[in-house]
Design a protein around this ligand. Sequence first.
Ligand code: CTP
Length: 454
Amino acid sequence: MEGCNNLHSLLLFFHFSLLVFTPVIFRVTQNILLNSIIMNYLSGKHVLLGVTGGIAAYKSAELIRQLREQGAGVRVVMTRGACEFITPLTLQALSGHPVHMELLDSGAEAAMGHIELARWADVMLVAPATADFMARLVQGRADDLLAAVCLACEAPLAVAPAMNRVMWESPATRDNVSVLQDRGVRIMGPAEGPQACGETGPGRLLEPDALVSALSGLFNSGALAGCRVLVTAGPTREAIDPVRYISNRSSGRMGFAVAGAAAEAGAQVTLVSGPVSLEAPAHVERINVETAQAMYDRVLELAAGIDIFISVAAVADYRPASVAEQKIKTSTDTITLELQRNPDILAAVAALPGGPFTVGFAAETEGLESHARGKLEAKGLDMIAANEVGSQLGFETEDNALQVFWRGGSVTLARTGKNRLARQLIATLAERFTISRKRDKVVNIMEPHAKDSA
Ligand code: CTP
């Protein structure tokens, strides 16, 4: 009888554990899965979240929490209406930054004005977006902070509508949605279901996890899906003696941004980096090297198996002909260092038979196009991205501008943050790469006929 009681208690305990722990296990598993699927595209991204005045504004708290969990930096702009539904203090605590509300607040503008906020964003999401806010967006209004930031922002803009189903289905809202879509605004949702007003239908704000996943998808263009990409970045260091070296001002930021953008585009990316204090972008395999020779050795080891080589590194053209074994003592007024040419990594990869699509970088102080095109030909490249150095452009800056050249064409990528610029460069590169692949296929098909007729 006692054994029976014990068995009964054990079963009860098992039953109770199942009831209590199953939802917890489910939630944890769901979070792990969600993290593994989307983390890499939002990690390190700047999300500017606009919150407008609707009952669904309470969900923005959970949305911010989930975005930060994915590694995104979040800044919040609230309309006055939104502050009636959720307090700025809550969103400040969750985002870790003061919430922005007023356009004409000199203190707030001095700290981070509407233009800085717009520039800071990698993506902008308005969630929830009321019918009124979408109408104002269509009109291009700039009479409150959120509308002004939307107007000033070059980053992709996404809008997650939330409203009563009749408002959503009204001809005015339908027209506004279609105008916004034509302008490239991503409309996320709404979902269908029971609404706060007691009705049921379309107009519910998408749940935070669906919004996080949709937002993450914006960074995954798939333009280089299945491609193996090798990127070099940063400066190289050429030792003079055990404590001194020759190097340059490259921060590595552009190369890291290019590697990150290639990974976002679906490529399998290896980054060979000189000494820099940057974290590798998500989904990128990083190999650290110090000298130009070491970079050359690693790149040539890896080059056989890749589709695209992007040479962003500011490789030292020369190294000391010999490295002193001991620290050189300060004894004379002048000192002469004999320098020896380093191997040209990019030219060597471009010369490989059946080698990858090669992209070079050129930093020029004058004659940008002629020098860049000269390098394109001299090194046998497929594409070259040139930028002016000096006048606060290029090295050690957050922003950059590029002119990209290939045989028979060019494109100018205007000055913007290095991450956005890198995404634009990868989009251009993916287009050129696809064209060159198609051309190669045509040549392969044509060749047997050419032989036949010979
Ligand atoms: N590069 C390289 N290996 C080198 C030197 C340069 O792979 N030893 C690559 C850079 O990564 C860049 C491109 O070549 O993609 C252009 O580099 P740059 O230094 O501007 O060109 P140079 O040919 O060295 O010409 P100059 O310094 O005279 O401008």
